[in-house]
Design a binder for this molecule. Structure first.
Ligand code: GDP
Ligand code: ZN
Length: 444
């Protein structure tokens, strides 16, 4: 890795200030050329940036960081100009002329990872922070970037290593092996490890939900007020609301920031048997959405509640945990909330907004808002790795406790360690790294 990379790090488009970032061995030379003298490290120099013909491109700030005290761990140069895309393009061209090349997406963070400045989960948190769609998601990403998630993973790895040492020592003393493997302490340590892994897995799942947003699907018979509810929550008129049953034929999607919590709401065509081909397709999609949802809201027209609730029997077991009894304004009924058979029933009116706040509170609770402060961001990749680790840990426990097979248990624990190491990047393939960093934006 001896080449020098450069990219515009600020958002594309016009802004007050634009930032160009350069990393690699040529950064000091480029700095010296642009400034006309050697810059002081970590000092803001006011500079006139000129092209090869000495024409002024812009005046701005030049900041030099010397390896390894920089984001990437290499020599880094940051140039701040007026936030004009034209100015930034000209300055980038100048920097390329001086020997840098265009950076690929995520290449700065990839170098930071390869130079040990960040582990893989932290590098991913950088991208999650940049992309965060809500205050809670941003706070969670910040916590992962701080290393909270990585530290918990590393603590688990240490516990696994201690167990491996014990078991491998037992294998080395065949005459005592069975006693070693039957030690109550070993069983206790294994059980404790399992508990901690389960806790981390649950936390990571919440972290994914915080980052991606809670995926909520609104289902119910035609005309009960699904689109009206989506509109009320989104306070926009994206869905078509009509009196004709079966108007919402497609699936409408709206991503909301509900007081700092990201939420994707999907309005589906009514769940009912339809003759119309278009509507039938909508219903098929509604069922598909239901399978991917974190939460489904069954909307019922309170004046026909019996027919609506009959739909519940046709839905997956715990799919609809929320039942909205809509249109209470027609009966002049007061809003209320009741828990019945493990479901939360809310009486409200989508069009008048009465009782809507109770639904918003419940959605926020489901999205992990109450977890609030402890939450860190995570990705599906992390959850998959933790699940794999848990599978191997169960096999290790079985090998020990039922079969007293030390070799087998040690091998399974090695797999646990490997799965955990994939999260922080201790074990990672080039393919995986390529895939992860390619999804970053340029300049990060
Ligand atoms: P969908 O087919 O389930 O999406 O139902 P819509 O949202 O299109 O609503 C069907 C009809 O019910 C429309 O005329 C809405 O204005 C009406 N509606 C929806 N919610 C309420 C409500 O809370 N009160 C009253 N009075 N009418 C409502
Ligand atoms: Zn609708």
């Amino acid at each position: 890795m001896t080449d020098t990379i450069a990219a515009v790090a600020s958002a594309s488009g016009i802004g007050g200030v634009g930032v160009l970032r350069i990393s690699g061995p040529l950064a000091p030379v480029i700095a010296q050329t642009l400034l006309g003298r050697e810059p002081r490290e970590r000092h803001a120099h006011y500079a006139a940036f000129r092209d090869a013909d000495d024409a002024l491109i812009d005046r701005g700030l030049l900041l030099a960081f010397r390896a390894p005290r920089s984001y990437t761990g290499e020599h880094v140069l940051e140039l701040q100009t007026h936030g004009s895309p034209v100015v930034l393009r000209l300055l980038l061209a100048r920097v390329i002329e001086l020997g840098a090349r265009h950076a690929r997406p995520g290449e700065f963070s990839e170098r930071a990872f390869l130079n040990g400045k960040l582990d893989l989960a932290q590098a991913e948190a950088v991208a999650d922070l940049v992309a965060s769609g809500s205050a809670a998601a941003a706070r969670a990403a910040q916590r992962s970037l701080d290393g909270e998630f990585s530290q918990r993973v590393r603590a688990l790895v240490e516990a696994v290593v201690r167990l491996r040492v014990w078991i491998e020592a037992a294998i080395d003393f065949p005459e005592d092996e069975i006693d070693f493997l039957a030690a109550p302490q070993l069983a206790a340590d294994l059980a404790a490890l399992r508990t901690r892994l389960d806790e981390l897995l649950a936390a990571a799942r919440r972290g994914v939900r915080l980052a991606d947003g809670l995926h909520v699907v609104i289902v119910g018979r035609p005309n009960v007020g699904k689109s009206s509810l989506l509109n009320a929550l989104a306070a926009s008129e994206r869905a078509i609301v009509t009196d004709v049953a079966g108007t919402t034929r497609d699936v409408l999607r709206e991503t909301l920031d509900l007081d700092g919590i990201a939420l994707t709401l999907v309005d589906t065509a009514g769940l009912r048997e339809a003759a119309d081909v278009v509507e039938r397709e909508g219903i098929r999609r509604a069922r598909a959405e239901l399978e991917r949802a974190d939460l489904a809201i069954l909307v019922s027209d309170d004046t026909h509640a019996q027919e609506d609730l009959a739909l519940l029997s046709g839905l997956p077991a715990d799919a609809a945990r929320l039942v909205v009894h809509n249109k209470i304004d027609l009966a002049a009924a007061p809003p209320r909330v009741e828990r019945r058979d493990g479901r939360l029933h809310l009486w409200l009116s989508a069009t008048s907004g009465i009782g809507l706040d109770a639904l918003v509170d419940e959605l926020r609770r489901n999205a992990g808002a109450e977890e609030g402060d402890g939450a860190f961001s995570a990705r599906a990749r992390h959850v998959a790795a933790l699940e794999r680790a848990r599978g191997h840990l169960a096999l290790a426990a079985d090998a020990l406790q039922r079969q007293r097979a030390g070799e087998l248990a040690a091998e399974e624990l090695r797999q646990v360690q490997h799965a955990l190491g994939e999260i922080t990047g201790q074990f990672s393939s080039d393919d995986l790294l390529g895939e992860i960093f390619a999804s970053f934006c340029i300049g990060k």
